[in-house]
Write a protein that binds this ligand. Structure first.
Ligand SMILES: Nc1ncnc2c1ncn2[C@@H]1O[C@H](COP(=O)(O)OP(=O)(O)OP(=O)(O)O)[C@@H](O)[C@H]1O
Length: 385
C-alpha cells in the first residue's frame, strides 16, 4: 500500500519505448498540453496535481497564484479530457520547509533567492521524482520550456527551449544527470510559441486554453513580496546610508530591498550630485541598507557556491555565457572551479547582481551547470584626482 495513489501496476507489460510517465499538472495550460503530448506520443501517462499550499483557499485572491482548489479542479478536468488517470498528491509540508521557509530565511540573511529554481531542485525533481520512481514511473513530465538531448553514450544534456522567448532552462539549471534522465519536457522541443500552445489547447478541448499565466512567485498570489516578508519577519526599522556610512534615511525592514532597487527608498537627504540612488548592499547584521550611484552597481567578478553540473564538472578554466536571473540576458564570462567554489569574471561589467541569485553557465544552448552567488566584486570606484 502507498500514501500516493496512482502507482502503475507493476505486473503490467513494459516495452522500452512506452514509458510510464507522471505528468505534473498545475492546472495551467502548459502542463495540460505537455501531458496531452506525452499521451499522444504513446506513453502511459498519469496526471498528478501537487497540493503545495497547506491552505489552498487562502490563495484565492483573483490574481493567479498556485495550487488553489480551482487549479486542482482544472488539472483534473484536463486529465479527463486527455483520458488519463489523475491524482492529487500533498507535498505542502515539503514545499513549506524546502521552498517557502528557505525563501524567508534567505531574505532575512540579506540574499535574493529564486524559489522556482529551489522548487525544481527540491520538489519537482526531488520529492516528486523520487516518489514517482519509487512507485514505478520512468519519468516526470512538466510544462517547462527546455530541451533534454540524449547523447550517444546515453548521458543527457539540458538545452534552452527552441522558443527562446519562453525558455525556462535557467530555473532547471540545478538538475543533474540523474534528474535529467527522468525528465520529460514536451513543450521545449518544438518551436511553439505560447499563443500556439493556447491554440493547441483549444483544439484539444482543454478548458484551460485561456487561463491566465501564473506569476513569478506562486505562493505570493498578490505579488506583494515585501508585504509577505513583513508578515513573516516583522518590521525592524534601520538606517539607509551612503557608501561612506552617512545616514540618508530610514527603512522598515532591510529584507524589503533588493540590490539594484531604486524605487521606494524615500531618502530624506538628496544625493549631492542630484543623481538617483540605488541599493548597493543589504546588511541584516547591522540592519542597514547602503545606497549609491548606478555605476557602483557594476560587478566585474563573483564567487558562487554549491555548484551543480549537468555532466562532468569542467576540469579547468573555461569561457561560457552566463545568465543571472530568470528572464535575464546572456553575458560572456570566464569561470573556474576553485576548491568547490566557482570563480567567475565578466568580460563586460554587469549591473545589479545580488548574493543568493543563481548563475547558470551555458555553452551555446547547452546548460553546463549552476551555482549560488555568494560574493560579488565591484569595479574599483573612479577617484577624482
Ligand atoms: N501545483 C502543481 N502541481 C503539479 N505540477 C505543477 C504544479 N505547479 C507547477 N507544476 C509543473 O511545473 C511546471 C512549471 O511550473 P510554472 O509555475 O513555471 O508553470 P507554467 O509555466 O505557468 O505552466 P502551467 O501553464 O502548466 O501552469 C508546470 O508546467 C507543471 O508541469
Amino acid at each position: 500500500m502507498t500514501d500516493f495513489p496512482g502507482a502503475p501496476d507493476p505486473s503490467a507489460p513494459r516495452d522500452g519505448r512506452r514509458l510510464r510517465v507522471l505528468a505534473a499538472m498545475s492546472g495551467g495550460v502548459d502542463s495540460a498540453v505537455a501531458a496531452a503530448r506525452a499521451a499522444e506520443a504513446g506513453h502511459e501517462v498519469t496526471g498528478v496535481h501537487l497540493a503545495l499550499s497547506a491552505n489552498p483557499q487562502s490563495f484565492r485572491t483573483g490574481a493567479r497564484g498556485c495550487c488553489t482548489i480551482e487549479d486542482s479542479r482544472d488539472a483534473r478536468r484536463a486529465a479527463d479530457v486527455i483520458g488519463i488517470p489523475f491524482y492529487v498528491w500533498d507535498l505542502a509540508e515539503r514545499f513549506r520547509e524546502d521552498v517557502v521557509e528557505d525563501f524567508v530565511a534567505e531574505y532575512a540573511a540579506g540574499r535574493t533567492p529564486n524559489p522556482c529554481l529551489r522548487c525544481n531542485e527540491k520538489i519537482k525533481f526531488a520529492a516528486l521524482l523520487d516518489k514517482a520512481l519509487a512507485l514505478g514511473f520512468d519519468a516526470v513530465c512538466t510544462g517547462h520550456y527546455a530541451t533534454v538531448v540524449t547523447r550517444d553514450d546515453g548521458s543527457r544534456e539540458l538545452h534552452r527551449a527552441s522558443d527562446l522567448a519562453k525558455d525556462q532552462s535557467y530555473v532547471l539549471g540545478v538538475l543533474d544527470d540523474r534528474q535529467l534522465a527522468h525528465a520529460m519536457f514536451p513543450l521545449g522541443d518544438t518551436l511553439t510559441t505560447k499563443g500556439e500552445i493556447r491554440a493547441e489547447a483549444e483544439r484539444r478541448d482543454l478548458a484551460v486554453a485561456k487561463k491566465p499565466d501564473s506569476h513569478d512567485i506562486c505562493f505570493i498570489a498578490d505579488g506583494d513580496t515585501q508585504g509577505f516578508l513583513a508578515k513573516r519577519l516583522g518590521m525592524a526599522e534601520g538606517d539607509i546610508v551612503d557608501e561612506d556610512g552617512a545616514k540618508l534615511g530610514t527603512h522598515e525592514g532591510a529584507y524589503g530591498f533588493t540590490i539594484g532597487q531604486r524605487k521606494g527608498l524615500r531618502l530624506g537627504v538628496p544625493a549631492a550630485d542630484g543623481k538617483p540612488r540605488y541599493v548597493l548592499d543589504i546588511s541584516p547584521v547591522n540592519n542597514t541598507v547602503t545606497v549609491g550611484p548606478a555605476d557602483a552597481l557594476d560587478i566585474t567578478a563573483l564567487t558562487a557556491i554549491k555548484p551543480r553540473w549537468c555532466g562532468t564538472p569542467p576540469s579547468g578554466p573555461g569561457t561560457y555565457t552566463a545568465q543571472l536571473r530568470a528572464h535575464g540576458s546572456e553575458t560572456a564570462v570566464a569561470a573556474e572551479l576553485v576548491d568547490d567554489a566557482l570563480k567567475v569574471s565578466f568580460t563586460e561589467p554587469v549591473r545589479g547582481v545580488a548574493p543568493g541569485q543563481a548563475i547558470v553557465l551555458y555553452d551555446g544552448t547547452r546548460v553546463v551547470g549552476s551555482a549560488t552567488i555568494a560574493q560579488t566584486e565591484r569595479r574599483a570606484p573612479a577617484r577624482l584626482a
